[in-house]
Ligand binder design. Structure first.
Ligand code: AMP
Length: 469
């Protein structure tokens, strides 16, 4: 979460009657002028397009997220991007950066205040209450990948629309749940080749925090002169947040601050020790971080964050890959029954950046790298184009993926594309082959060619893909 000040994203209500503004409104007129002048319309500030050359990373993260979630017994559940704004105001908390500065809010045609979700935990809790999920066997374990919106100040690693893997377990309070969630997130990143550092802390119960806050506020008041402007403001509203300030000038004061771990009740301390013991059992490396508090009001007891190991920027703290914790009070706060719960969110864009850095992998330089298949189907002339289309479709049905450039006429142009796609083999079909019911298989490196029966094309292609041909 940012500690920087951003402009509030709350928009003044626009046309009240209809979200689809009539043509004569000033908004529609402005649009017309832009179209007339043939102006290009650019991406909004803080937004990001995912391009085809990033596909392999996007798919790899989604695949790792899905397989790890399934391996730990979580099931897919999606909530809408739009929610009643009060869900987040009540759930996440008024004093938080997210609610105070970063929410995209608009008024819809019926005058309802709608938010583009700035996180998903409150949405998951709402869905749990709304669908009476307390009545099904507990815990309810769900996962999801989807977009999140925060009107934050755009900078490296900070977008206004980004994506998170969110994993939540509702209905059970046990240290094993917290430890398994940490293990799940850790394994997602390990599967993606990221060396991850896990920071863990306990922020105890609401009562523990109340007692601690008296001590902490007293301490920060004595050091007020040395704090950053942002932290001075936080001192009035949410002093706990000063602990995870990223401002360099706050670091010395923060390092000397009283630690919440010394203010935990026996119950919270034992609970935290069990989380750490279970992590040891699962051989998940972690570092206790007494200053970790997380930015949202709903957390209690265990909190954790993930970083790229050994990434220490010169100024301030590294950006987290993700974070989470226990939120036992949230469901009740949103009008449900008392329901213990815990979860985490991992930022997909930051994971992709880490994957690229870790592999020293730049993005593929061409849009075509990372193609679906090392096989390429080439044709010679209109008749063979038709037959090629039929054979390619047949191969797909047989589970063999193959690239082609059927829209191109000349063989030379097609083989150039085959080379660009790093194809190892070309399957070539000309007039003679159609008459004979055969195809040519050309090894692109050696140029050695085989002629095979066209009925054998899928079987032969599979052998090539398995390295047996
Ligand atoms: P948070 O809910 O703020 O703890 O965010 C969880 C994770 O989402 C962070 O650790 C980041 O990986 C990611 N994240 C949060 N805010 C942004 C942002 N503005 N742009 C990109 N990723 C973000």
């Amino acid at each position: 979460m940012s500690s920087k000040k951003t402009k509030p994203a709350v928009k003044k209500p626009v046309a009240k009657k209809s979200a689809l503004a009539p043509k004569s409104t000033p908004v529609a007129d402005k649009d017309k002028t832009q179209v007339k002048q043939n102006k290009t319309i650019s991406l909004l500030r803080g937004m990001k397009d995912f391009l085809p050359r990033e596909e392999q990373y996007w798919l790899a993260v989604n695949h790792a997220a899905e397989s790890a979630s399934k391996a730990y017994g979580y099931r897919y559940m999606a909530t809408p991007i739009l929610e009643d704004a009060s869900l987040f105001i009540r759930g996440v908390g008024r004093g938080t950066d997210i609610v105070e500065k970063e929410m995209y809010i608009f008024e819809d045609a019926e005058g309802k205040r709608i938010a583009l979700r700035p996180e998903t935990t409150a949405s998951v809790a709402r869905a749990y209450i709304e669908h009476g999920m307390h009545a099904v066997p507990q815990p309810v374990k769900v996962w999801n990948v989807g977009p999140i919106f925060r009107h934050d100040r755009p900078q490296a690693g900070r977008y206004r629309q980004f994506h998170q893997l969110n994993v939540d377990s509702l209905g059970e309070r046990d240290a094993v749940v917290d430890a398994e969630l940490i293990a799940l997130a850790y394994n997602v990143m390990r599967d993606l080749g990221i060396n991850t550092r896990v920071s863990v802390n306990s922020i105890g119960s609401a009562e523990d925090r109340e007692r601690y806050l008296v001590e902490l506020t007293g301490y920060f008041r004595t050091k007020r002169h040395a704090l950053s402007e942002e932290s001075k403001k936080r001192l009035l509203k949410n002093p706990l947040r000063i602990l995870d300030s990223k401002e360099p000038e706050d670091q010395e004061v923060v390092a000397e601050a009283p630690k919440i771990i010394d203010w935990l009740s026996d119950e919270s301390r034992k609970y935290f020790m069990r989380v750490l013991e279970y992590l040891d059992e699962m051989e998940i490396p972690y570092l206790p971080d007494p200053m970790l508090v997380r930015g949202l009001d709903y957390y209690c007891d265990t909190v954790f964050e993930f970083f790229v190991d050994e990434e220490v920027p010169e100024n301030g703290k590294p950006l987290a890959l993700g974070g989470g914790g226990r939120y036992d009070g949230l469901v009740e706060q949103l009008g449900g029954r008392p329901t213990p719960a815990a979860g985490f969110g991992l930022g997909i864009e930051r994971i992709i950046t880490a994957m690229r850095k870790q592999k020293e992998g730049q993005l593929p330089t061409s849009e075509t790298e990372g193609s679906v298949s090392p096989l390429f189907f080439a044709h010679l002339g209109e008749q063979s184009r038709r037959r090629a289309l039929k054979l390619i479709e047949q191969m797909r049905r047989d589970g063999v993926l193959v690239n082609h450039a059927l829209a191109k006429g000349s063989l030379k142009a097609q083989l150039e594309i085959a080379n660009r796609l790093n194809s190892t083999h070309a399957i070539i079909l000309g007039q003679k082959e159609i008459q004979d019911g055969t195809v040519i298989i050309r090894d692109m490196a050696s140029c050695i060619q085989d002629i095979i029966d066209e009925k054998q094309v899928s079987t032969h292609a599979k052998k090539i893909l398995q390295g047996k041909a």
